[in-house]
Design a binder for this molecule. Structure first.
Ligand SMILES: [Zn+2]
Length: 222
């Protein structure tokens, strides 16, 4: 099966086609380069209002790193278009496989973030030949996506706790959905409105949210 066929099955985007795939050994380490182009007569999508708009001109070529194949780096190569949007004016088209100015495909960012759950960020960067910052950026991308699409409708109580992150007295604050907490049985100080302006719970908005509390454990739990 050809690489192009596999890509069309697993990473296909309406309005774009894979035109060619070749192995490039001219830049030190070998890499697979996949050329992409807009489908004939397809219109680009405005990156701001997402409306299909007529093309205006082309930007310089960009490469986007994709998930490696047989541990060989894979790059998608594409020349983005400017589109003339009736609302937003001349603007860069939306690229469904990448976000903003990132040189990594979204699927490769998810891939790196998943590995970062198993290995240290440094190990992930060494294993997949990317910078430490790219691993960090990938995790940030996945976390931001999760925050934008999270559903808080079923959360009735939320708590704040601290976990030790290093030896000594270094702690990180974490927010936990407190389905399991019996807030009424906790000591008085653990049931707090937590409405201080800097409270980490203030940003959580849910119509069902009734309790904001501090998680009590150890000798504080009754
Ligand atoms: Zn627009």
């Amino acid at each position: 099966m050809l690489v192009k066929t596999i890509l069309n099955r697993i990473h296909h985007f309406k309005g774009f086609v894979y035109t060619s795939v070749h192995y490039d050994s001219g830049v030190g380490i070998g890499r697979i380069v996949v050329d992409m182009a807009p489908r004939k007569n397809s219109r680009g999508c405005c990156s701001r209002c997402k409306r299909r708009s007529p093309g205006y001109d082309y930007l310089p070529e960009r490469v986007f790193e994709f998930v490696p194949l047989w541990n060989i780096p894979v790059f998608l190569r594409y020349r983005p278009r400017h589109v003339s949007c009736a609302t937003c004016g001349v603007i860069v088209e939306e690229l469904p496989w990448a976000t903003g100015k990132s040189s990594l495909c979204n699927c490769f960012r998810v891939f790196l973030a998943q590995w970062a759950r198993l290995l240290s960020w440094k190990e992930v960067s060494a294993r997949f030949r990317v910078s430490w910052y790219m691993v960090f950026d990938s995790i940030k991308h996945v976390v931001n996506y999760g925050l934008e699409h999270r559903n808080l409708e079923d959360i009735h109580a939320i708590g704040v706790d601290e976990i030790a992150i290093e030896k000594g007295h270094k702690f990180a604050t974490v927010r936990v959905a407190a389905y399991f907490l019996n807030c009424r049985r906790s000591p008085a100080h653990s049931i707090s409105p937590a409405r201080r302006p800097s409270s980490p719970l203030d940003s959580v908005r849910s119509p069902a949210l009734t309790f904001r509390c501090r998680v009590a454990h150890g000798q504080n739990r009754k």
